[in-house]
Design a protein around this ligand. Structure first.
Ligand code: NAD
Length: 354
């Protein structure tokens, strides 16, 4: 397995591997860029079919974190970690402790938070072995940053709708949400509170039922959810769902969701624009979670955190207006704006803060 020639390798500063036969841990930590500060990012556990897949994921996701944190105005770099294994079968306290040791060995260059396949409890166990973990401070949601992510996506939707149609209320707006998990559920809740009509699909029956019972979400099959005629499509399940098979069939005016890496390739940004679909860059509007994690670490007030998340709206407005002015694609414009920030003059010397 080559790291330097891997398709997703992008001058990452550091990629570390750890195998621990005693606990069965096989994990990778990738630090993409730390110009702005320590690389904070989730620790994902997933039953990858092979090491190449795990490497691809961690390289891609850590790069995304650099862009996300920079554009969100955070003093953080981009990093991510992955554990190869099935979280339902392979996760043990000893394995999470071993992961904590691995994180600790990075000396604070990488700080772990929860991600898919891991939860606050797992990060707490890692925290028995390292101070370099985040997202454990109890907030009104028990430390879970997902409601903050959903709030940022909601603000993104409101901004895009205002720009596209001049509407400042969401009453009757039709929004299709793919995935009603941690983020999708709260997004549906915020939208319903503003009078939007929410269509939702999920492969998990319990999550689907909860959204229907609590919020009155209209159930759509998982095969159809992407292709319904709606004002907004909000992908909140998995990445790469905007691809050659799906983009030609979309019937949404706006795509704005939480899932990371929604575009299967950068060219899909052009395909969406050609179809007249306004794409809100995922790494911009789903930054609420990392903003939340940062403010938990900094011990900020809820008001400070909320004000920071609300800056997503003017940043998106700027991206959309620059894209219109120069006939560019929103994804490319947002990436260029992030690069201006993290490739700019090196931020003042930072220290890893546990
Ligand atoms: P989650 O696992 O809680 O929810 C995802 C939901 O999608 C689950 O209910 C799952 O059953 C469902 N799903 C999976 N495959 C599906 C399919 N084919 N069709 C319909 N539903 C399907 O995850 P989450 O924390 O809500 O995150 C959602 C997405 O947002 C992920 O891509 C994640 O990486 C991204 N994200 C999350 C956060 C956060 O704060 N949680 C922050 C930034 C980005």
């Amino acid at each position: 397995m080559s790291v330097f020639n891997a398709p997703a390798f992008d001058a990452h500063e550091q990629v570390a591997f750890r195998a621990d036969p005693e606990t069965g841990l096989r994990a990778i930590i990738a630090v993409h860029n730390s110009n702005l500060g320590p690389a904070v990012g989730g620790c994902r556990m997933f039953p990858y079919a092979n090491e190449e897949q795990a490497l691809h994921d961690v390289l891609r996701l850590s790069r995304g974190m650099t862009y996300k944190s920079a554009l969100a105005g955070l003093p953080l770099g981009g990093g991510k970690s992955v554990i190869i294994g099935d979280p339902r079968k392979d996760k043990t306290p000893a394995l999470m402790q071993a992961m904590g040791d691995f994180v600790d060995s990075q000396g604070g260059r990488y700080v772990a938070a929860e991600d898919s396949g891991t939860g606050v409890d797992d990060i707490r166990i890692m925290g028995e072995r390292t101070p370099f973990v985040s997202g454990l401070t109890d907030n009104e949601f028990g430390g879970d940053p997902s409601p903050s992510t959903a709030w940022g996506v909601f603000l993104g939707i409101r901004t895009a709708v205002a720009l596209r149609s001049g509407r400042h209320d969401l009453d009757g707006l039709r929004v299709a949400i793919q995935g009603l998990g941690h983020v999708g559920y709260y997004l549906a809740r915020f939208l319903r509170a503003e009078g939007a009509h929410v269509l939702g699909a999920d492969v998990n029956e319990d999550n689907l039922r909860k959204a229907v019972d609590d919020l009155g979400v209209e159930v759509v099959s998982t095969d159809e959810i992407l292709f319904r005629e709606v004002d907004v499509l909000a992908p909140c399940a998995m990445g790469a769902i905007l691809n050659d098979d799906t983009v030609p069939l979309l019937r949404a005016g706006i795509v704005a969701g939480a899932a990371n890496n929604q575009l299967s390739t950068p060219e899909q940004a052009a395909n969406l624009a050609d179809r007249g679909i306004l794409y809100c860059p995922d790494f911009l509007i789903n930054a609420g979670g990392i903003i939340d994690v940062h403010h938990q670490r900094a011990g900020s007030s809820e008001a400070e955190k909320r004000a920071h998340i609300e800056r997503i709206a003017p940043t998106l407005a700027e991206v959309l207006s620059r894209a219109e002015d120069c006939h560019g694609h929103t994804h490319d414009i947002a990436e260029a704006m992030a690069e201006e920030i993290f490739r700019g003059p090196r931020a003042p010397e930072h220290r890893a803060v546990a």
